[in-house]
Design a protein around this ligand. Structure first.
Ligand SMILES: Nc1ncnc2c1ncn2[C@@H]1O[C@H](COP(=O)(O)OP(=O)(O)OP(=O)(O)O)[C@@H](O)[C@H]1O
Ligand SMILES: [Mg+2]
Length: 268
């Protein structure tokens, strides 16, 4: 519906790329963006892929979800975006094996205002990370719950957007707006931007509602986009309070298995 190339062609293009950058975005709050970023990164890392996680949300949930004390880090994505500090100097290495993180905290909430009037402010993250992206197999960018300048920066840096959708009644609300934004960014700022796929989060197989949401979204988007289902799981909800991804907190849980399937789908 929104692609000019077939899924096969797009997969081939993906495989030829040295490194892939995926923005995890949905302007709705609390749908599982950070949970997906953390655990997809961990599952790709398990497959020996080298992953950089960019936390682009002032809430810093992905930063703390990897056990990094967001209030103690001195250099964050904020410094990388608004000053001459090199992005390498802001990265925390090996938060788990094969995963580095560019952390974030509440300081980032000022960036939006501070970047007003700055030339090419939609491309700052892209420019700052250009020289290091090929050091990684995957770069995952966790976006804030808004279609703000930070999200646009993530989309100009990314090759694709992965959209977590919570299996609840209002799931479809805002999805058209998100797709419209992806299309606008593709037309005007980043012609390679693709929709990576949909992750249905907090799926409860006991309810009809969860199944209906999955059906509705699939009808809405067509078959060309892969979808993965992540069950509602207490273990997934608990893991961040221990600063651990699910692969460390409970490697054999259903949540860990579900995110491994997502990693497999992402690898194509
Ligand atoms: N599959 C799941 N099962 C149970 N709880 C989950 C699951 N996925 C996420 N959660 C919980 O739901 C809440 C919201 O998840 P998360 O923080 O990942 O969403 P988000 O989209 O990043 O939120 P925000 O928009 O605020 O950044 C968290 O408390 C998280 O632990
Ligand atoms: Mg989040």
């Amino acid at each position: 519906m929104i692609f000019e190339t077939s899924r096969r062609e797009r997969l081939q293009m993906k495989k030829e790329r040295m490194s892939r950058t995926i923005a995890i975005a949905n302007q709705k709050g609390g749908v599982g963006k950070s949970t997906t970023t953390i655990n997809l990164a961990a599952c790709l890392a398990e497959k020996n892929r080298k992953v950089l996680v960019i936390d682009s949300d002032p809430q810093g949930n992905t930063t703390s979800g990897f056990g990094v004390d967001k209030n103690a880090v001195e250099l964050t994505i904020y410094e990388a975006l608004i000053s001459d500090v090199k992005v390498e100097d802001c990265i925390v290495k090996n938060v788990i094996k094969n995963v580095d993180i560019l952390p974030s905290n509440v300081d980032l909430s000022a960036a939006e205002i501070e970047l007003i009037g700055v030339k090419d402010k939609e491309f700052i993250l892209e420019e700052k990370t250009r020289d290091i992206r090929n050091n990684y197999d995957y770069i995952l960018i966790d976006c804030p719950p808004s279609l703000s300048l930070l999200t646009v920066n993530a989309m100009t840096t990314a090759d694709s957007v992965l959209v977590p959708i919570q299996c609840e009644y209002y799931a479809l609300e805002g999805l058209s707006q998100l797709i419209h934004t992806v299309n606008l960014v593709r037309e005007r700022l980043n012609d390679k931007l693709d929709i990576e796929g949909i992750v249905f989060t907090m799926y409860d197989s006991r309810t009809n509602l969860s199944q209906q949401v999955v059906e509705n979204v699939k009808q809405h988007l067509g078959d060309d986009i892969y979808t993965t289902i992540i069950p509602r799981s207490i273990r997934l909800a608990e893991a961040p309070s221990y600063g651990q991804p699910i692969t460390v907190y409970d490697a054999k849980s259903s949540g860990a298995e579900a995110y491994r399937k997502l990693a497999k789908a992402v690898e194509g």
